[in-house]
Ligand binder design. Structure first.
Ligand code: NAD
Length: 175
């Protein structure tokens, strides 16, 4: 029995993340999707709350593989990288293998003795959180890059308006 953990900020959860999950479920019996920076929201870099990301991911993975139990858990950041893996483990079901391509995350897991697997990057020129958030701010061409339940969630919470507002400034030119 192997339980794997896939960690990300998922701002937002996009088609590249979904393809990674589709690959991971062929290798594990159970999957934990850990939502990092769970305490962050309502900024240009981190527009969505942990709860909103839980909705996006839970609905997107629901039909991938009925045989693989999937847990979605929020993990707040802590201001000390050296103990982050212990912090994450204290909030998550146990796991034997972690999945990430993030160099800092890989370094911290390896130092703690956790097996880390990397996945191929899918269409990284387009499927990249920062690029997708820019498209969302312009409300142009973002829907086709996200699983449909993510689009539905963003529409339900008026996410485009939020991204546009938090990117605005109240600096009005002085007369
Ligand atoms: P992310 O949402 O950017 O990406 C999640 C994973 O998906 C990464 O492994 C990334 O490489 C991969 N990915 C992205 N686009 C892809 C694509 N097109 N195809 C295939 N894979 C793709 O999240 P992240 O930045 O890796 O998340 C790490 C989280 O861990 C953050 O929330 C970070 O704050 C947290 N963290 C916290 C601490 C701390 O609190 N001290 C320390 C380390 C990490």
């Amino acid at each position: 029995m192997t339980r794997g953990l896939y960690i990300g900020r998922f701002q937002p959860y996009h088609d590249g993340h979904q393809q990674v999950v589709e690959d991971i479920v062929t290798e594990v019996d159970e999957l934990i999707i850990a939502i990092g920076s769970a305490d962050r929201s309502h900024t240009q870099r981190d527009p969505f709350t942990a709860g909103e990301r839980i909705m996006m991911i839970t609905k997107s993975v629901a039909d991938i593989d009925d045989d693989v139990v999937t847990y979605v858990v929020p993990i707040e950041d802590i201001n000390r990288n050296s103990v982050w893996v212990s912090h994450l483990e204290s909030m998550s079901p146990r796991f034997e293998v972690a999945y990430s391509n993030n160099p800092l995350v890989i370094q911290l897991f390896e130092e703690s003795g956790t097996t880390v697997r990397q996945s191929p990057m899918f269409d990284r020129d387009v499927l990249k959180g920062s690029k997708i958030r820019k498209k969302m701010a312009a409300d142009d061409g973002w829907r086709s890059l996200l699983p449909q339940p993510v689009v539905d969630t963003i529409e339900e919470i008026d996410g485009i308006e939020r991204i546009q507002r938090v990117g605005d400034t109240d600096n009005v030119p002085l007369e």
